[in-house]
Write a protein that binds this ligand. Structure first.
Ligand code: 5GP
Length: 135
């Protein structure tokens, strides 16, 4: 199985979910649309959110086709998972977020909390939100 292959995933006995490559992040990976990239690794890309909700709002995505966090952890290789999480921490350093603190957030599926929405783009991603330090 290649990294970009779509795959049918059996969730429980009933529900079938399939990765649909008609989404913005798949198009960013495949250079069909542009993004303001801050860091790229073998298995991830990190770029500015198009509608930032913090002084720094970065999205980090795996290059492989995973629907959400659960799908990523279930199907990705150890190398992909490690590279992704190390990449997330590299972005924290690069964007100078450590000193003032930061939030890591992933939305999986439709669940909404208060006014906060669920997952809109069905390609796994984390939001990295924070305020950079001066130095
Ligand atoms: P979700 O609700 O799925 O966790 O968040 C999706 C995020 O992707 C939103 O914050 C939205 O602003 C961002 N987004 C959606 N389409 C694009 C795009 O084409 N480019 C970039 N850079 N961000 C996008």
């Amino acid at each position: 199985m290649g990294l970009f292959d779509s795959e049918v995933i059996r969730q429980g006995d009933m529900e079938l979910m399939q990765y649909n490559d008609d989404n913005a992040f798949y198009k960013i990976i495949h250079k069909q649309i542009q993004a303001n990239v801050v860091l790229e690794g073998e298995h991830f890309i990190a770029f500015h959110d198009i509608a930032p909700r913090a002084p720094v709002h970065i999205l980090i995505i795996p290059k492989g086709s995973y629907i959400d966090y659960h799908d990523f952890i279930e199907r990705a290789s150890d190398i992909e998972i490690l590279d992704f999480h190390r990449g997330m921490n590299q972005v924290v350093k690069l964007m100078k977020l450590r000193e003032n603190g930061f939030k890591l957030r992933t939305n999986s599926g439709k669940f909404r909390l208060n006014d906060e929405g669920g997952q809109e783009v069905m390609h796994m991603h984390f939001h990295i939100l924070g305020k950079p330090s001066e130095a």
